[in-house]
Design a protein around this ligand. Sequence first.
Ligand code: ADP
Ligand code: MG
Length: 589
Amino acid sequence: MPLLQIQEPKPAKSRAIGIDLGTTHSLVALHHESEIKVLLDEFNEALLPSVVRYLPEKIEVGHAAKNAFTTDPQNTFMSIKRLIGKSQSQFHTVAGKVDAVQISAEILQALLKRARQLDENIHEAVITVPAYFDDAQRQATKAAAKLAGVKVLRLLNEPTAAALAYGLDKGTQGTCLVYDLGGGTFDVSLLQLSQGVFEVLATAGDTELGGDDIDDLIVNWVLERLPTSAVNKADLRLLARKAKEDLSIYPSTVIEFQGWQGELTLTAFNQLIHPLIERTLNICQRVLKDAAIAKEAIEHVVLVGGMTRALYLRQQVEAFFGQAPLTDLDPDKVVAIGAAIQASILSGDPTFKNALLLDVIPLSLGIEMMGGMAEKILMRNTPIPAQASQSFTTYQDNQTGLSLHVLQGERELAKDCQSLAHFELSGFPAMPAGKARIEVTFRIDCDGLLNVSAIEKLSGIESTIDIKATADLNDESIHHSIEDAIENAKYDLLARKLSEKLLEAEQLHQSIEKVLIQEGHLLTKDRQALVNAKLMLSKAMQSQVLNNITQAIKQVDVLVQEFATKHLNEVLAKTLVGKAIVDVEADFS
Ligand code: ADP
Ligand code: MG
């Protein structure tokens, strides 16, 4: 008789979706009947324009909102992703005040609605963000998800999602480059796979370079040929965009506008866009240099973003890398597909093996030290999640607290880095300078959110902060930051040296002062020598000239050494005398 198999009843597993929350378009995908499906709207369109319009009685998202943009700009919002986490501005609409988080939440809600038509039990999502998004931008994206009523399983970097969509995690190791040219932005990321784990090695890009710029080129091309300059620019832009998209399929297109008609050939179009493609390839060059990786070492090039449909662009990319890029998947869907795969993995779907995905910190993180120097604790391009600690001590006697200044950036001086937050560690017992042991720990979780904590080890007093600062960080500013650091390396080194020497001089100055106060019995001559030394240090510090300060420290050091030797002898002599007396007394007792 066959044995009955008894299975434990399993709770119905809830499904999670993948969302590509894009600047121009947003999409939602999920794992359904053993494949990843990108969900369509009632017109069979996958791409939801990331446009939201507020009306007194309802909110429109997508095509309807986009169509109203020219007629109702006051209540209609496009490209809100550019503002999320960067601006707390509120916009006045007929439906009241709204901010970037609320507007983004509307887009998420529209996508959720689409997904819930398939499975109303959906409450979790993986949402993609650009690799360069900082804490504030990631926090704001999470806040939008919360507002939309969906739990974020993870924020996933867009390039990592694209690599996942192509199954590049199935390989054992190798480096791939993700080239993403969307509506308004260009992003390039280098990913390294080792043992099924992705790391973002480096990112670069241009936040003001995308399909919209190509539309503008076509608009200008038409304007140069039009007999009149009195035109409705918005209408012309729509035509330009259509012409551009046509040229991904046809060798030429005819543009008809206000009674005028002109033929734009593919050859002419390619010439128009050539400089823009050059710019993207220069950025690719830069990211390779940044990561010190040769073109030849790249195993795969992945194309992402609607603009990479243009054939000429594909050819140029191929010529540059010396290999055909991966283009099998729809370039505007790959990110959503990857997000859905990751969502499946995280919600425990057995179809996908459990890949751990790593991303990277775009800019170094650290704290400000005495003297205004920036001490880096987590270095740029460290894979996340990450944690690092460093020990510090107090600078002044009887210090019972200290103020920590959290920084982001590559420069040597705090003032040249970006300030993320200030927080206090206070209430530890007074002790001499240098005695306290303060351990500062930086933690970044897998969503790239930062937590900084400081603990005074002897007393156990602790303080911690989650960074929610509105850091104005985008791809451009990351590059700025890095280039800045390289350009200013020499100056920075000098500035750092100056800072260190100033601190040394200041400490010497303080210790002399202490001696002057404590040792009241000093001979006038000794006292005068110390006062002079103090003066010499003050003058040198005031001059802010590195050489002067170094010289002054040297001279004063000699003086202090002499003084210490002499003083020590005196103390020693005193102690010896005392001892002799005690000994004698002892003998007599
Ligand atoms: P984002 O990630 O910024 O939301 P997308 O990846 O959706 O952007 O890319 C949008 C851009 O791709 C737009 O400029 C659009 O005109 C362009 N695009 C879409 N389809 C095509 C096509 N067939 N040929 C050329 N460009 C296209
Ligand atoms: Mg995109």
